[in-house]
Ligand binder design. Structure first.
Ligand code: NAD
Ligand code: IPM
Ligand code: MN
Length: 359
């Protein structure tokens, strides 16, 4: 009989990645062992250490095996000062985002406690929107080159690639999400006033797709104005859709409204083929100065497990994880970046204990 078990590849990566991912893996193991969820974990040794040891970044056979056998990948973070060219990080991260065509980078900007919202007179109810970041195109495709490098005449070019198919599918994914999750408003952000060619396409496609969703209010903003409004009144946003680069920047800005990067989770999915392997990672990077000190906030990684479990069909567990993290913040059973006094391991363990009591 074919196994119904779901295999999850786990890649800790670099810097604080392995320690927060270890805590997230222990949460998955708790679900497997205590709640009986049919999941198996497959730990992979990939990252800067491996690259420096034997030159391996993301072997083709691993990329294929993940695609064939896994339902999800849980990733910590990639980036190490010993690899200034970030070759391994690009091969692994983009190897999955581009290689598996995971075009929707879904990044919730949700504050889990009033205390974490840094804006005057704003509370957690004001910070609750989801960014749909295009994840397979834009300036991230690496098209371009350098000419006369190292001379006074040098030229450096990165092309911004936007396809009709790519723009349309991410905008549609944002509207579908709004429809399925009873969100009434979708905002598309671009820079079509400056980038006439590429972003006029975004404007035109947005205008076409929004007509298919007459019950959902839609709005266009230039991305600079979006940044202003997100700080002035975050409550006006429910779903934001934008390109790869702007989505990267806007979600770090959004993380600041959630209590910092230690609180921001994300999913990389192929929205219209949910059976395909998907990638789950905190929004934060490898934070090299925090590595190995047991001080990094593990909650972004735990909340990322929540998104993973929703994707695999257990949405009530994402709600439970969110609620227990929120309780940890309120009771200050958390790391110093969010006003607590615990280390990475102790904070994560406290949350797992609350979850374990409920399973
Ligand atoms: P970063 O996200 O690592 O750190 C930015 C700031 O947030 C730092 O002040 C850091 O201390 C803080 N921070 C991040 N995560 C935290 C956590 N869990 N708990 C508490 N504080 C936290 O971004 P950076 O410094 O620009 O980049 C460091 C490296 O990570 C670079 O090599 C970069 O390319 C890489 N990076 C990787 C990913 C990824 O793998 N998905 C994402 C972002 C950056
Ligand atoms: C992120 C990161 C990556 C990105 C880097 C590491 C290439 O900042 O996941 O937000 O820009 O997508
Ligand atoms: Mn980023």
């Amino acid at each position: 009989m074919a196994s119904k078990r779901k295999k999850i590849a786990v890649i800790g990566g670099d810097g604080i990645g392995p320690s927060v991912t270890q805590e997230a893996s222990l949460l998955l193991a708790l679900y497997r062992d205590k709640a009986g969820l049919p999941i198996d974990l497959w730990e992979l040794d990939l990252g800067a250490d491996r690259f420096l040891r034997d030159g391996v970044t993301f072997p083709k056979e691993i990329q294929i095996a993940i695609q064939r056998e896994c339902s999800a990948v849980l990733l910590g973070a990639l980036g190490d000062p010993r690899v200034p060219g970030l070759e391994h990080a690009r091969d692994i991260l983009f190897g999955m985002r581009f290689g598996y065509d995971l075009y929707a980078n879904v990044r919730p900007v949700k504050a889990l406690s009033d205390r974490l919202v840094p804006l005057k007179d704003r509370t957690m109810k004001d910070v609750d929107f989801v960014v749909f970041r295009e994840n397979t195109e834009g300036i991230y495709v690496g098209m371009g080159g350098q000419f006369k490098r190292g001379t006074p005449d040098e030229v450096a070019i990165n092309e911004d690639l936007n396809t009709r198919k790519g723009v349309e599918r991410i905008i549609r994914a944002a509207f579908e999400y709004a429809k399925q999750n009873k969100r009434e408003h979708v905002c598309m952000a671009d820079k079509s006033n400056a980038m006439r060619h590429a972003h006029e396409l975004w404007l035109r496609v947005f205008d076409e797709v929004r007509r298919e969703y007459p019950t959902i209010k839609s709005q266009h903003l230039y991305v600079d104005a979006l940044c202003l409004h997100v700080i002035q009144n975050p409550a006006q946003f429910q779903v934001v859709v934008t390109n790869n680069l702007f989505g990267d920047i806007v979600t770090d800005l959004g993380a600041a409204l959630q209590g910092g990067l230690g609180m921001a989770a994300s999913a990389n999915i192929h929205s219209s083929d949910p059976g395909r392997v998907a990638l789950f990672e905190p929004v934060h990077g490898s934070a090299p100065p925090l590595a190995g000190k047991d001080i990094a906030n593990p909650f972004a990684a735990l909340l990322t497990v929540g998104m993973l479990l929703t994707h695999l069909g257990w949405p009530e567990e994402e709600r439970r994880i969110e609620q227990c993290v929120s309780q940890a913040i309120d009771e200050r059973m958390c790391t110093v970046d969010v006003g607590g006094h615990l280390g990475t391991r102790a904070a994560a363990q406290w949350v797992r204990e609350q979850i374990a009591k409920q399973l």
